[in-house]
Design a protein around this ligand. Structure first.
Ligand SMILES: [Zn+2]
Length: 80
């Protein structure tokens, strides 16, 4: 039976004989590359966390802009 491993980048099952993941083209992590793969995964996780913080800030800004727009439109007379 063919040996299989899991791509650290996309998580798909890949033949251990492959040097690159056929799904996402990431270089397959061998024993020597494992620490590097963990570091990449940790960096991606930090990036996601920063992205989530940014989305929350944008959401708050949009809410305040929406409130300001609603308050402005309340004061504008409607045509006809
Ligand atoms: Zn992959």
């Amino acid at each position: 039976m063919e040996q299989e491993t899991v791509c650290y980048s996309c998580g798909r099952t890949v033949s251990a004989a492959f040097t690159y993941c056929p799904w996402c083209a990431a270089e397959m992590a061998d024993g020597a590359g494992y620490a590097r793969a963990l570091e990449r995964a940790a960096a991606a996780d930090r990036g996601r966390s920063a992205g989530a913080d940014r989305m929350h800030r944008i959401e708050a800004e949009l809410s305040s802009m929406e409130a300001a727009l609603a308050s402005f439109l309340d004061r504008v007379p409607r045509s006809r």
